[in-house]
Design a protein around this ligand. Structure first.
Ligand code: C5P
Length: 220
């Protein structure tokens, strides 16, 4: 894990959380702060990688030495990731992608009516971007997914790793006072072909460096 072990490598990282518009002023969103993705971007750049960061609704300054691209909805994130992943050595999906989006976008702000019942918002499924990136994967490209689980972390993580088909899945336990918006994280890193690597609670940079250690070993 020497600084410089990612020299010449091109890595693409998604960070933050998507917003799915209901009308011009409202959206369905999530609590992802982008801190883990930004920590991955900073540490990869420090280790010599050329970094493209696809950032979804993150209130953090662009990390120095990385190319930062903005995306808001899952569809925008999908397009940006597919474009950036072409020819990349490593792709990491930390972004929290909304599973569903409103079926109909209203061009005008939905009004509240004093008498009528509120209208239900019908949802449709978003594409699974990580699974699509795996399907399009270039030769030798390493793909890393993240998963937030609240219970049976290992069991759910293993099933998800198999389902998504990525090389590595970083599973962290989330809850009211865990992970979201906090500077520290604890996780288990799963790969299909090796024992799980437990990362004790610590700064998100420390988890990022463990991920890059494992990625660098796979790239060799
Ligand atoms: O299935 P789940 O949402 O838990 O999977 C999490 C992983 O899949 C993350 O890496 C996330 O970025 C990615 N994902 C995605 N597209 C979705 C949902 C999740 O790429 N629609």
């Amino acid at each position: 894990d020497l600084p410089g072990d990612l020299a010449g490598r091109r890595v693409v990282i998604s960070a933050g959380g998507t917003r799915e518009a209901i009308d011009p002023v409202r959206f369905i969103g999530n609590r992802s702060s982008g801190l883990q993705g930004y920590a991955l971007a900073r540490t990869a750049a420090a280790r010599g990688a050329r970094v493209t960061l696809v950032s979804a609704n993150v209130a953090l300054p662009d990390p120095a030495g990385t190319q930062t691209v903005r995306a808001s909805s899952a569809e925008e994130l999908r397009k940006a990731m597919i474009e950036a992943a072409d020819g990349a050595d490593v792709v990491v999906m930390t972004a929290a992608v909304a599973d569903f989006r409103p079926a109909d976008y209203r061009d005008f702000k939905i009004k509240k009516s004093e008498s009528a019942e509120p209208e239900p918002i019908r949802l449709v499924k978003n594409p699974d971007i990580l699974a699509e990136l795996v399907r399009r994967r270039g030769a030798g490209q390493v793909i890393v997914g993240f998963a937030a689980e609240t219970d049976n972390v290992l069991e759910h993580g293993r099933a998800k790793l198999a389902r998504k088909g990525c090389d590595m899945l970083v599973v962290n336990q989330v809850g009211a006072d865990l992970a979201f918006g906090r500077p520290d994280n604890a996780a288990v890193v799963l790969t299909a072909d090796a024992a799980p690597v437990e990362v004790p609670r610590g700064p998100k940079e420390a988890l990022a460096d463990v991920v890059w250690d494992l990625v660098a070993a796979r790239l060799e």
